[in-house]
Design a protein around this ligand. Structure first.
Ligand code: C2E
Ligand code: MG
Ligand code: MG
Ligand code: MG
Length: 294
């Protein structure tokens, strides 16, 4: 009996495993087909100056427009794409789309702000990343200074010496770099000091924990203040993620955080919607010219 039951359990788990493997393979195949069929698109979320609401930069966030499943959010496919390695095909396509979008906004007479692109740990570990990136920028005619790479704290800390080497080369080429989801990986401050990065992004969980009344959450408030203070000490820009309430905005501003992004200001939006918020280049030039005259 025990043997039968054991075998039964074995079969049960095998079947479940089969289903899981099958699903993963199905999704991986669907992603690969999706890439060929141009089903991946970008939304952009403004990062704003907390004091004025002006756009400081944008973050590009990928979505998958699947013919049957609809618009699939990255949380549902990026982890699998990392596991299967599909991200190594998708990542370069995302960067290319970002560059093409920057050129398209410029061609429409708009001022394209700097755009932040998320780099997954897997992409970051791949050989030739910097060369391929530069190649894409050259082909599309975008300056490295227009692009910022976001790498998560946990990915950055996986192999610190290597991270420092790669980020240094990116930095030399003129790219901006920020540490995403900061505060979630318990990284050594000693290492953080050595990374050639310009910004840290306070993970949205800390901002959300402030709730609608930061005074009512003294520990959470202390953590956010500590991260802002750390950024100041190291000379880094601090960007708050997940700002959803005016109280959070006020708290962040009051404690020296200049830049934020979150639903309070804007959800990630398609490029056409973002275009409505971008200043026109001719206006900018005209303003400069009139200033020059006066
Ligand atoms: P992330 O880079 O930390 O991006 C921030 C996520 O928080 C985005 O989710 C954004 O839509 C969401 N968010 C922004 N403001 C708020 C807010 O006020 N409240 C709440 N509740 N959420 C907010 P999204 O677009 O679903 O992306 C999830 C994650 O997927 C990203 O986290 C990033 O790790 C990954 N991801 C997205 N696009 C890419 C990409 O192009 N490449 C790679 N490698 N990863 C990506
Ligand atoms: Mg990010
Ligand atoms: Mg983040
Ligand atoms: Mg995240």
């Amino acid at each position: 009996r025990a043997k039968n039951q054991g075998r039964h359990n074995y079969n049960f788990y095998t079947r479940e495993l089969d289903t899981q493997l099958h699903e993963r393979m199905t999704v991986d195949q669907a992603m690969r087909r999706g890439l060929e069929n141009h089903e991946f698109l970008l939304h952009f979320q403004p990062r704003v100056e907390l004091a004025s609401g002006r756009i400081h930069s944008l973050e590009a966030l990928v979505r998958w427009q699947h013919p049957e499943w609809g618009l699939v959010s990255p949380g549902r496919f990026i982890p699998l794409a990392e596991e299967t390695g599909f991200i190594l095909a998708l990542g370069p396509e995302i960067l290319r789309q970002v560059c093409q979008q920057i050129r398209a906004w410029e061609a429409a007479g708009l001022e394209a702000p700097p755009v932040a692109v998320n780099l997954s740990g897997r992409e970051f570990q791949q050989k030739g990343l910097v060369e391929r990136t530069l190649e894409t920028l050259k082909e599309t005619g975008v300056e490295p200074g227009h692009i910022e790479f976001e790498i998560t704290e946990s990915a950055a800390m996986r192999s610190v010496e290597r991270t420092i080497r790669i980020l240094s080369r990116m930095h030399e080429q003129g790219f901006h770099i920020s540490i995403d989801d900061f505060g979630t990986a318990y990284s050594s401050l000693n290492y953080l000091k050595r990374l050639p990065v310009q910004a840290i992004k306070i993970d949205q969980s800390f901002v959300m924990d402030l709730g609608d009344d930061p005074d009512a959450h003294p520990e959470d408030a202390a953590i956010v203040r500590a991260i802002i203070g750390l950024g100041e000490t190291l000379g880094l820009e601090v960007i708050a993620e997940g700002v959803e309430t005016a109280a959070q905005q006020r708290f962040l501003l009051a404690h020296g955080c200049r830049i934020g992004q979150g639903f309070l200001f804007s959800r990630p939006q398609p490029a056409e919607v973002i275009a409505q918020y971008l200043p026109s280049r001719t206006k900018a030039i005209a303003t400069q010219a009139s200033r020059g005259r006066s």
